[in-house]
Structures are given as structure tokens and as C-alpha cells.
Ligand binder design. Structure first.
Ligand SMILES: *Cc1c(COP(=O)(O)O)cnc(C)c1O
Length: 432
């Protein structure tokens, strides 16, 4: 059977295939650059594993208190080395990215301190962590206040307002690298470095934390290379490489990681306790695969930007600009179109391909969300997934793909659905 025939069996029409092939042909140079970044980051990770002398004894599972869990300690050493931090906390007891961020924030802030976000509103789930939306147990309840400075309309930092927002109580600056569910540009590592330098010049003892979700291994440098005191993320996104079944990480300055560890476990216990159960081996192996997995996801994101951009939809980032995270936003403009898109992604999945996604009130979000995910790990968004809050401008956020070929199939299926329902019109491919 030819490749075209097998695509047709999976429901992709000749017209969609032709349009996709023409689009893909123009992306060779881009894809080569991604492969070179993956190569660089692969060497970084292997180097860290060799330096830390990773051995198969480190894959052994521990139980109970997990004292002297060698594998856990070496894994944390590898994360610290690979991300150029002094120390790391990498645990299956961190249940998500939101939890990791909560642990980092609440471990490093004290009553009377102020938290500053100089990059606008943080990710939806952090609104309750911080207390922007009243919530039981929020930082606000513990007497930590919050201040925010929005980005300027062109996406740049509002340096004047940031300077005025920093006061005697400002203790921690939180910088979200990825756009998350906001329609704004993702920050490059270079820009994050400029912002950190600026705020530290005003107040040198400020702690700078970067929410690194979806950013790991997209560039050659990480925020820890440009002055971040802590980077924080989820293992069911980039650094878990699709193999981590759960987990989160905090990498950075030793004292910051230590304070976070006392919040994760208990004062006095810190990093010493916490069994890794059977997670060490997939954590190591997932990190090892992550640079190439991230490159595959980026190819999918760039392909989607080019496909949907050519069809006249607003795409962010656009098809040609540099990437700083794996998320692709496509503004489809209607509830019907985002549903069609998500249903196409779902139909491409290796797991639960027969399920039809519907909007639901997901905990932590302020509007219904529709999600497409046919993942091996529930909610994993390094696996091919798409989600969209049901509110204007009806933008869908697309990310992941453990392989480029699967990401591509997902995009073709989404496009096919839109075309079949008259929600998108293919251009005359002869002219491209
Ligand atoms: C995913 C994400 C989070 C939260 O992570 P969860 O694992 O979904 O709790 C926080 N910030 C950003 C930018 C994210 O993308």
C-alpha cells in the first residue's frame, strides 16, 4: 500500500494531502534548524547523565519513606546539571505543573511579602494559587499580596510600570515563559534574561521564578542560564518526554529549592524523604528522549501554523517566526470550528480515537474547556493534544505529539473535519 492510500484509509482526502504536501515541502530549512537544536540539547542531557554516573541501580523502586533513594537523588543531580542549576526537586509527589508552581511560590514567600508578575495575568490555574480569584488556601489567605504589570500592546515589557511596582515588600517575581491560554507572544529566553537583569538591578535580592511549562528544550538555553533563581515545570509536558507518568520539577538556587522542598514534604524533612516508587526509570528515560520529542512537537506546531495561516486563520506564532514554546494558537472564530478541530485531533489518537470530545467545566478554569487528548498518560500535553476555552476569540491551543508523524496526522485530521463541515476552504493548490 502506498503512503497516500494509508492516509486515505485514515480518512484524509487527496485534496487535503496535496495541500499539506505543498506546505510541508516549504518547511525543510525550518525542520533542519529544529533537528540541530535537538542535537545540541541531546548532548546536554547525555552529558549530564554521564557526569552524574547514572547506572541501572538508579532505576530501582523505593517505597515508604524513601530514605536513601539513590535513584531519586541522582535524577535530581541530572536535572540540576542539564538545566544548569545548583539543585533540583524532581518528584512523583508533585502531581502537576500547578502543584510545582504552588510549592515553589509558597515555599519561598512569607506573610507580608509581595509577589509580582511583570508579564501580565498568569496561567488560569495560578489565579487560585495566588488568590487573584478568591480560593481557600491561596497565598492571599496567608498574607502574601500580589501585583501585576501587563505587557504593552505590542507584547513588550512595560519597564516604567514594572520599576514603579517594585517596593519594599516585593520578594518574588514570577515570569511565565509560555503564552498559556493568553493571546500574547511567548517570551524568548533572551527576553526573560533582560527582564531579570532589569528587576534585579532595582532590587538585587529579589527572587526570579520562571514558569517554564512547555518551554524546556525549545531553545539551546534555559531561563536558568540567564539569571532565573528557579525554573518550574511539569513532567507530563516537555521534560518527561512522554514517558513520565506523573511529576513536576523545580531547578535552581540551592536555598530556593530547599525552601520549596520543606513545603512539598514538611519542615525538617525537605528532600530527604519521598519514595520514588517505580518512577525513576521513566523519569530518566523521558528526560533522555525529551529533546527529540520536543523537536517533533515543534515541527507539528510550525506545520499547523503554516497550514492554518494559509487558510486565512489568525495563527500565533505565525508560520515563519522563531519558536519559544511548543504551543500553537489558532483563532478559528466559532464554537463549531474549535469543536471540529478538537474532534479531528481526537480521531488521530492512538488511544480513545473513537471518543468525541465535548466542553466541560474543568477545575481551575473560569470557562468551559474542550480538550482533545488520546494520550497514554491522562492529561499529558507533550502527547498530541488540543484545548480551547469556550469563549471569544475561540482560539484553539494545539501542542505536543510524541513523534512528528503523529502530530502531522492530527493536523490533517483536524483540517479534514473543518473542510468536511464547510468551516474551512482549501485554496487551489495548483497555485501554491
Ligand atoms: C500547563 C501549564 C501550567 C499548569 O500545569 P498543570 O500541569 O496543567 O497543572 C502552568 N503554567 C503554564 C504556562 C502551563 O502551560
Amino acid at each position: 500500500m502506498t503512503r497516500e492510500k494509508i492516509y486515505k484509509r485514515l480518512g484524509i482526502s487527496q485534496a487535503v494531502l496535496d495541500f499539506a504536501s505543498k506546505t510541508e515541502a516549504g518547511l525543510k530549512g525550518r525542520f533542519q534548524e529544529l533537528d540541530e537544536t535537538a542535537e545540541y540539547n541531546q548532548l546536554k542531557v547525555v552529558g549530564a547523565m554521564q557526569e552524574a554516573k547514572v547506572s541501572d541501580i538508579h532505576f530501582a523502586a523505593t517505597t515508604g519513606y524513601g530514605y536513601n533513594d539513590l535513584g531519586r537523588d541522582v535524577l535530581e543531580e541530572v536535572y540540576a546539571k542539564a538545566f544548569h542549576g545548583e539543585d533540583a526537586l524532581v518528584r512523583p509527589q508533585i502531581i502537576s505543573g500547578t502543584h510545582a508552581l504552588h510549592v515553589a511560590l509558597s515555599g519561598n514567600l512569607r506573610p507580608g511579602d509581595e509577589l509580582l508578575s511583570p508579564v501580565g495575568k498568569p496561567y488560569d490555574t495560578l489565579e487560585e494559587v495566588i488568590g487573584i480569584r478568591d480560593s481557600v488556601g491561596s497565598l492571599k489567605e496567608y498574607g502574601v499580596t500580589y501585583r501585576q504589570v501587563d505587557l504593552l500592546p505590542d507584547g513588550s515589557f512595560d519597564y516604567d510600570k514594572i520599576a514603579r511596582a517594585i517596593n519594599g515588600r516585593t520578594r518574588l517575581v514570577t515570569i511565565q515563559r509560555s503564552k498559556g491560554y493568553a493571546v500574547r507572544p511567548t517570551l524568548s529566553v533572551e527576553k526573560i534574561g533582560q527582564l531579570i537583569a532589569f528587576v534585579k538591578k532595582i532590587k538585587p535580592d529579589l527572587l526570579c521564578m520562571v514558569d517554564n511549562c512547555y518551554g524546556e528544550f525549545v531553545e539551546r538555553a534555559e531561563p536558568t542560564d540567564v539569571g532565573a533563581d528557579m525554573i518550574v515545570g511539569s513532567l507530563i509536558k516537555n521534560p518527561g518526554g512522554g514517558l513520565a507518568p506523573i511529576g513536576g520539577y523545580i531547578v535552581g538556587r540551592k536555598d530556593c529549592v530547599e525552601r520549596a522542598s520543606f513545603r512539598l514534604s514538611a519542615p525538617g524533612l525537605g528532600k530527604e524523604a519521598g519514595a520514588s516508587l517505580g518512577c525513576n526509570q521513566p523519569f530518566f528515560q523521558g528526560l533522555f528522549l525529551s529533546p527529540t520529542v520536543v523537536a517533533g512537537a515543534l515541527k507539528g506546531a510550525i506545520f499547523a501554523a503554516n497550514i492554518y495561516g494559509r487558510l486565512g486563520f489568525s495563527v500565533m506564532p505565525n508560520g515563519t517566526e522563531p519558536r519559544h514554546d511548543i504551543i500553537q494558537a489558532v483563532t478559528l472564530g466559532s464554537r463549531e470550528a474549535i469543536a471540529a478541530f478538537c474532534q479531528g485531533i481526537q480521531e488521530a489518537a492512538p488511544v480513545d480515537s473513537f471518543v468525541v470530545p465535548e466542553p466541560w467545566d474543568m477545575p481551575g478554569y473560569d470557562s468551559p474547556v474542550i480538550m482533545a487528548a488520546g494520550a497514554f498518560v491522562q492529561g499529558s500535553s507533550i502527547e498530541l493534544s488540543a484545548d480551547a476555552p469556550i469563549k471569544p476569540p475561540y482560539a484553539v491551543y494545539f501542542q505536543g505529539g510524541l513523534t512528528w508523524y503523529h502530530a502531522k496526522l492530527g493536523i490533517l485530521k483536524s483540517l479534514q473535519k473543518l473542510v468536511d463541515r464547510g468551516l474551512a476552504v482549501l485554496p487551489d493548490t495548483a497555485g501554491i
